[in-house]
Write a protein that binds this ligand. Sequence first.
Ligand code: PEP
Ligand code: MG
Length: 580
Amino acid sequence: MLKLQGIAVSPGVAIGEALVMDNEGFRIPRRFVTRDTVVDELERLDKAIAASASEISRHRDAVALELGEQYAAIFEAHLQMLQSVRLRSELEEMIAQRHYSPEYAVSRTLRRYAQVFQKLESSNLAERATDIFDIEKRLLRHLLGHRREGIAHLSSPVLVLAHNLTPSETSNLDRHFVRGFVTEIGGLGSHTAIVAEALEIPAVVGTGPFLAEVSGGELAIIDGDKGLVILQPDEETLARYRHEAEELRSMAAKLEPLKDLPAETLDGLRVQILGNIEFPYEVEHCIDRGADGVGLYRTEFLYLGSETEPTEEVHFEAYMQVVKAMGDRPVTIRTFDMGADKIPHGPAPDESRNPFLGLRSIRLALRNLPLFRTQLRAALRASASGNLQIMFPLVSTLLELRQAKMVLADVMEDLEEHGVPFNRDVPIGMMVEVPAAVMMLDHFAEEVDFLSIGTNDLIQYTLAVDRSNKDVVQLYNAADPAVLKLIIMAIETAGRKNVPINMCGQMSGNPTYTMLLLGLGLTRFSVAPSSIPEIKNVIRRVTLERCKAVAAKALSMENAREIKSYLNEELKKNMPGAVQ
Ligand code: PEP
Ligand code: MG
């Protein structure tokens, strides 16, 4: 049994077979073969070894010709490892005696070899593990051949264990069969985490390297509440987690009747709870939980989940699906927020260039007007059929907001000219997720119909902490007094200016902060659909008066740790058993 501590990003417990994805996206589909196919499987292994060997020899010869023998030596070493008698006999034993599939045997054995190198003190030698992974990949490529599949098409339930999953990969996960996922990198606010919430599956990120120690098909447990991953669990651990998973299911069932009850405090303050969605199908999750509307539709996932750029019709159909399902409840279309860690099909962001401070979000939209206009046209067309509102992300200057509104006005004119129906009075709002926007909010408030605080970004820009970097996760804290001051400022300014303000960052879906936020005057919470019952439950059990007292006390404290533990204590007092 091996236990790994990572960062909990999506709650729940998942137990199942591991699907290991390396950088090349290999998956090892099967663990066992039947007794009567052993001979065929050994033959398949031999063929894969022979094909790999001839491939390596070709590389060796080419490099020797171009650069000389000494550079070709690396391939010679690979060849020796690949053809070693010891490796062949270990693999044979696993297939013939223990009936493991050749893929599984190759992966298990070579990863064990790699571990020996990785544990060596000398970093030069430790790097040799890469050579072994190289051999593993080569053999797997030959073994899997055309049967190599991505994670978009699965045929049985799995837990995905990967080094990293890009937002595009996560949005293409087969949601019927992926029951949870773990990544070696990633932080609390990463978009990988957000997709896990959308899929309503447990997820842990930022565990650090562990893929060398696990093979596809092995049993694993993901504890998305504690951020734990357990590989090859023993019977006792397995039984404990099975019990826990059952309890979680019954707790969720207990909260179900809340669906039809209002989110209202004991002393009569009516609060709006809206849903955050990334995919149109999630509108059903919102309806199932009795959401008052969609407070944030992250439309960039339309781009991330597709091979080609979405057409106006693709946008339109997605928006219509949500708008129609929501009836007269509001649907907030956030215009695409790409860049930083959300790159469709492009190369991974270059971390050294501070992608979060670069050309992302509304900045990108204003530099790619055809792309932006296509989306706006579709959103406006959908506005004729329901209660749709448009929201711009990452606005940091008034000029930016005005430019975005000008583009929108221009698109409206165009539609009008062509007689295409839309809502001329479509409410226009902006995200408040950059400290500069909070500082200038009295001006912004004059020019928008609504505001929405995006704490995921507000925290990272206030505290100078990358939201997706596991190494600084301790510093990424919603309870930091500096963040709280900005939130207060935003809520107060919006109140003074009489502009509705919502919060759609993950902070609003975390019950730890519900009393505090109510006490600060927030009355609109936009959260992942799965968090709606829990947040509503807290709201219905507290008084506004008590929340104000809690907020006042929290604000008298000077560090995040103290504030967070105080808030959890208060939550526990009011809601026994609700603290995560
Ligand atoms: C936020 O920043 O809080 C937010 C809701 O937007 P995203 O997480 O998509 O950046
Ligand atoms: Mg944001």
